[in-house]
Design a protein around this ligand. Structure first.
Ligand code: URA
Length: 440
């Protein structure tokens, strides 16, 4: 086939055609080589978001992105190698808890994550809050670390999945995140390059997720599982609700603190429920536990014994971070200022809505996320939720503590938070967090 120009490929997708395999591959290699300029890549991403991709095109995109860098094989590792990935949420610090916890329970977890995307937070940004922590490991260090401490948390690089590194950053700031083929290719290209035996996916739906409703979340889960399975990767997905932020902390340092609280056995119920369910699924897929109940007992023991927290300390140390943060949270970047807001209610009312999307956007305005590719994140800022949906709120009771550095942003942030909070005179029944399990 004659090699098409970037603008011809963009126009074909704009007009609703299925791209040829060669066109998809030309796009991915052009992103890495620079032949596709950022504005052309952004235009094609938007065309894909609007026109969609067939299952075949999505598979080609995933494979081309995976092959844009080094694809690791880890034959030297005898433990089952299992990873998990989330499709993105607000307050979702599960990876920080789950990797050391799973390693403490006998798995090897080679985890490649991303930065914040849209209104959602990213594992790499959270890890960057730990002084000295590096998420860029060379091949030899990555392998040695997996052999020695059975876990590594890295990011896309010039060497591994460079196409996702570029496209991820562009999608973040061009309104092109909420596309099933782009989500699938981004997530699976990273996971399939890691050298794992099995994969567990946390597919989120709701106000704070990229899929707004359960039906779309299910479609995304089915597509992820089908593509991963067709590429020979045993995969299962949990469909989980993301209406209010997960846990109580939003913001990079604050979420590292909450993750360490969880590893100490002091985590909030909703966050632990999702973490245990995903980790149990990993133990099952890895062949270490026969059923969810047995897995849960193993996981709880690893937290109670301190083994999981110790594994986190080892991870921080191995990747150049200051392990003293584990016992001294003040060593993390923290703000000098806090302010609390209430709901301005004159009578007792129930908290009916803590809109995760609104909180995620407000966190970006505060500086915890990016509004352009060049934006610099403030790791210290964020929100502490003092109440969660369903709680009864007395007049004047504080709902949210805002940790800030730049006072000029606070009014805009408070305005957004007020819109994200809803009260009701009627008690609010909690909805189940974990809705389904989808297997290949
Ligand atoms: N996580 C990823 O790695 N990519 C996405 O597109 C969304 C979540």
């Amino acid at each position: 086939m004659m090699k098409r120009l970037p603008q011809e490929i963009i126009a074909r997708k704009r007009d609703g055609h299925q791209l040829e395999r060669e066109e998809v591959e030309a796009f991915v290699s052009g992103v890495v080589s620079g032949e596709f300029k950022d504005y052309q890549s952004s235009a094609l991403l938007m065309a894909i978001l609007l026109r969609g991709m067939t299952h075949e095109e999505t598979g080609w995109l995933t494979e081309a992105m995976m092959r844009s860098g080094r694809v690791v094989k880890l034959p030297e590792i005898t433990r089952p190698k299992v990873d998990k990935h989330s499709t993105g949420g607000v307050g979702d610090k599960v990876s920080l808890i789950l990797a050391p916890l799973a390693a403490a329970c006998g798995l090897c977890v080679p985890m490649m994550s991303g930065r914040g995307l849209g209104h959602t937070g990213g594992t790499l940004d959270k890890l960057d809050a730990i002084p000295g922590f590096s998420t860029q490991l060379d091949d030899a260090t990555y392998r040695r670390q997996l052999l020695e401490i059975h876990q590594a948390m890295i990011g896309q690089s010039a060497d591994m999945v460079p196409a996702d590194r570029k496209l991820y950053a562009l999608r973040d700031v061009t309104g092109t995140v909420e596309s099933i083929p782009l989500l699938c290719a981004s997530i699976l290209s990273k996971k399939l390059a890691e050298g794992i035996d099995a994969l567990v996916l946390d597919v989120k739906f709701g106000r704070g997720a990229f899929m707004a409703n359960e039906a779309d979340g299910r479609k995304l889960a089915q597509s992820l599982v089908a593509i991963a399975s067709s590429m020979g990767q045993p995969t299962s997905a949990l469909l989980t609700r993301m209406e209010q932020p997960l846990g109580r902390m939003i913001g990079n340092s604050l979420e590292v603190i909450e993750a360490m609280d969880c590893l100490r056995g002091e985590g909030p119920e909703d966050l632990m429920e999702v973490t245990y369910a995903l980790c149990a699924e990993m133990l099952r897929l890895g062949g270490l536990e026969a059923d969810a109940a047995a897995a849960r007992t193993t996981l709880e023991k690893a937290i109670q014994s301190g083994a999981a927290l110790e594994a986190f300390r080892q991870l921080v140390e191995a990747q150049g971070g200051d392990p003293r943060v584990v016992d001294d949270y003040e060593r993390l970047p923290l703000t000098d200022h806090c302010v609390e807001i209430d709901a301005e209610n004159a009578e007792p009312l129930y908290l009916a809505r803590l809109d995760a999307h609104g909180f995620g956007q407000a966190a970006c305005v505060l500086g915890a996320g990016r509004s352009s590719m060049e934006a610099v994140i403030d790791p210290a800022v964020g929100f502490e939720l003092l109440k969660k949906e369903g709680d009864l709120i007395e007049p004047g009771e504080p709902l949210v503590r805002i940790h800030f550095n730049d006072a000029t942003k606070v009014d805009r942030v408070v305005e957004r938070l007020r819109l994200a909070i809803g009260l009701s005179p009627e008690p609010v029944a909690p909805q189940p967090l974990i809705v389904d399990r989808i297997v290949g």
